[in-house]
Design a protein around this ligand. Structure first.
Ligand code: ATP
Ligand code: MG
Length: 349
């Protein structure tokens, strides 16, 4: 991604629940950035459960078409029905497919009381988002031993290479410059073997671009163990879809509230920021949702679009608000509202 743009068109899809409360906050922050980015043009768009109930589709065609004209987007959250509903499927999953957003990138950082301290946790989980067990090719067969369930786990060289490159690129932009491949190739020698081998090849095919990046690897079970015991050893972790899914939630748990953790769904041509939390029906409409995950998602989106400096400014402002601890929403033990936190961040900016 390069930053040489005349304009910046951002799709806004608050969707359901607290998405409607935190996405407007993220928008306000983007508006406050000033001349470090082209003046953003926001395109409000529909998706999610409420639209499905009203119009029979969770992802209207107009939304997808409009996003194709945008540079990036911010997605709020979708309510998932508690039972299976005919015709309903997740708009996020569909958008990842439609826009070829093959990577899910989730930075997890802890903010320490003293700004001079190194954060105890400062890592990024880079999860492959299109294959592995999530190709959903499952089958129930009846054998002589009774019912037998099978699933296909797809790993391709192409998808492994592009997710690996994404991990190396992210590592290049970070001070530690370390990539850890997470796999289980001691058991799954063919599938995880291909994932691991493909990524290990990348530096030698990069004309020296990744010479400064330190490449490590870790078997997934011990990676999780060490993630909890000594999270500071990790910088960028790259994993196939299923391990990545689990790792990214585990890593998020290290820093407390879901209301803090951002993510982006990224491809080569488009990036969509999305807070990690869901629609939080239990606090919807109360004005107390923590907007920080959404604000950090906006910063992360900017970073992927090539605007590292303003992204950094937003992150710094958010860190200061958390560190000072005066203006916090109830999930972090405070008494402040979504708007209070937004205003505190805007003031720091
Ligand atoms: P969904 O089905 O949409 O994922 P959920 O019931 O799983 O809904 P989550 O959004 O995943 O809800 O949230 C889990 C818990 O974390 C809830 O108690 C919710 O209130 C809390 N939570 C999530 N996001 C935030 C936030 N931004 N601010 C405050 N609390 C939050
Ligand atoms: Mg949830």
């Amino acid at each position: 991604a390069t930053a040489a743009r005349q304009s910046l068109k951002i799709g806004l899809i608050p969707a359901d629940g607290i998405g409607k409360e935190v996405i407007p906050a993220a928008r306000r922050v983007l508006e406050a950035i000033g001349s470090d980015i082209p003046k953003p043009e926001f395109v409000p768009l529909l998706a999610g459960w409420e639209v499905f109930v009203r119009d029979g589709t969770a992802l209207p065609e107009e939304t997808v078409e409009a996003l194709r004209e945008c540079d990036g987007a911010l997605f709020g959250a979708v309510s998932s029905p508690s039972r299976r509903v005919t015709g309903y499927s997740s708009p996020i999953v569909a958008l990842r497919k439609e826009l070829d957003l093959y990577a899910n990138v989730r930075p997890v950082i802890s903010v320490s009381a003293n700004p001079d301290d190194k954060p105890a946790v400062d890592l990024v989980v880079v999860r492959e988002n299109t294959e592995c067990l999530y190709v959903k090719q499952e089958q129930l067969v009846h054998s002589e031993n009774g019912r037998e369930a099978r699933a296909i786990r797809l790993i391709t060289e192409r998808a492994s290479r592009r997710i690996g490159k994404m991990a190396f690129e992210i590592a290049l932009s970070r001070p530690r410059k370390q990539v850890t491949i997470v796999h289980k190739s001691n058991v799954l020698t063919i599938t995880d073997g291909l994932f691991r081998e493909t990524i290990r090849q990348i530096p030698s095919e990069s004309n020296g671009r990744y010479d400064s990046v330190k490449l490590e690897e870790q078997i997934v079970d011990s990676a999780v163990y060490r993630l909890f015991r000594e999270p500071q050893i990790y910088d960028v972790m790259v994993a196939p879809n299923l391990y990545g899914d689990i790792l990214s939630d585990a890593a998020a748990a290290l820093v407390g509230s879901l209301g803090l953790v951002p993510s982006v769904n990224a491809g080569d041509k488009f990036v969509m920021g999305e807070p990690v939390h869901g629609s939080a029906p239990d606090i919807e409409g109360k004005g107390i949702a923590n907007p920080i995950a959404a604000i950090r998602s906006a910063a992360l989106m900017l970073r992927h679009l090539g605007y590292a400096a303003p992204a950094h400014r937003i992150d710094r402002a958010v860190d200061q608000v958390i560190r000072e601890g005066q203006v916090l929403t109830p999930d972090l033990g405070g008494k402040s509202s979504t708007d209070d936190v937004l205003n505190a961040v805007l003031k720091k900016l």
